[in-house]
Design a protein around this ligand. Sequence first.
Ligand code: DUC
Ligand code: ZN
Ligand code: ZN
Ligand code: ZN
Length: 489
Amino acid sequence: DSFDLTIRNGRISNADNTFHADIGIKNGVITAIAKNLPKGAKDVDATGLWVLPGGIDSHTHIEQLSGMGVMCADDFYSGTVSAAFGGTTSILSFAAQHRKDRVKDVLEDYTRRAQEKAVIDYGFHLILTNPDEETLSRDLPDVIRDGVTSLKVYMTYDALKLDDCQLLDVLAVAGEHGAMVMLHAENHDMIRWIARRLLENGHIAPKYHAIAHDALAESEATHRAITLSRLVDVPVLIVHVAGSETVEIIRQARNLGASVYAESCPQYLFLQAEDIDRDGMEGAKFCCSPPPGDVRSQEAIWQGLKDGTLAVYSSDHAPYRFDGSGKLPKGEQTSFKEMANGVPGVELRLPLLFSEGVMKGRLTIEEFVALTSTNHAHMYGMASRKGSIQIGLDADLVLWDPEHKAQVAASKLHDNVGYTPYEGRTLQGWPVQVYSRGRCVVKDNTLQVERGSGQFIARDRPAPVVQRTGTSPGRNLFRRLTQLETFKK
Ligand code: DUC
Ligand code: ZN
Ligand code: ZN
Ligand code: ZN
């Protein structure tokens, strides 16, 4: 009973505790956690390093055609390599339906492309833009059964948006078959109305994007989405939360007992609205939807992550090159309405939060693990395999060096974007060794695996039991019961 790999003397953290022990791995799975384990075929000394569950990034756009028809800069190779270098061992990305497509064809297409390129494990959320009768009654239930147990729907963008009646249809099917519904919540008509007035007056520069996407568009749509979800009693997850008022609306709904979950992203902690206000087209590098808010919003996001109002922290990696083919399809003439929406972040997601959250005392290491890995596993139905350092789970592990300081530079990243909105920042704490199912993926700043070695994660029903340090056991139990009832009937 020897091990293929032993990682010894590390400081291990899960979402609920921290301890020193060795980890024994056999056939890609953790088979022992104890002190003084016997030598493995490979034996890694993690003295001085922190051993954490591999990051799960449940919001990435990889090799995806946007609603506006622009192809992402990262394919499943560069996207997953970049993720791995940043300490992420599983990604969920989007299989995007365009209105004429059948959803099964869409998933087949994305699965085939990911299979031959991904270096870490992956799964898909379906982006659903055409919930017609056949899709709702037949295709969607089949897709959910095949392990794609989450979908994303939009309240804005002409090519993507569903009306409230369609949202209710989707929620009802998701509730019946046990899928998590992710919602892009922004009020379409508010944005359209403001944008039209801006464009009529010749205001096309990137900075007007942030004006058109007013924070009230986010908070109004979030309240409406939550209300729709309560009407049919089906959980909902609000993605990429940006504004302080939105955080407060989600908090209030949760206090009422609503099964509402939410996500935020690095851009809402580390960027601000005014970052987009730059000369020429430079501001486009900071364009994402919803746009980052002010300092108060940043504080509200930190607080929401700390108190559990926001359960998952994902990158929303939306990689577009800053040239004619990507961000700016019409070059200098591109109006803010035509710029590709989204910023890259899959590689820096964890280093940013580790440095600015854990190292600066805003989050405990256990909270970091919950927000970057464990909660994603529960929220998206993969906790039986991922998200925790535990006997029987996949050996997805990251060894962090908490002393290692480095300056962010796009030239050192592994994506195919060519810029980062976080250029020049100094961060403390880096992932120095990355293991996926016991395979060493990154070591000595070098990729150690072949393209195509990642695996599809067929996911179970989401069971969003969110473990939070600092939450009283009573409240936690109450949440657990209501959630189980909602999902298991
Ligand atoms: N929504 C996302 O999830 N990502 C990028 C842009 C957007 O609108
Ligand atoms: Zn979105
Ligand atoms: Zn996104
Ligand atoms: Zn170092």
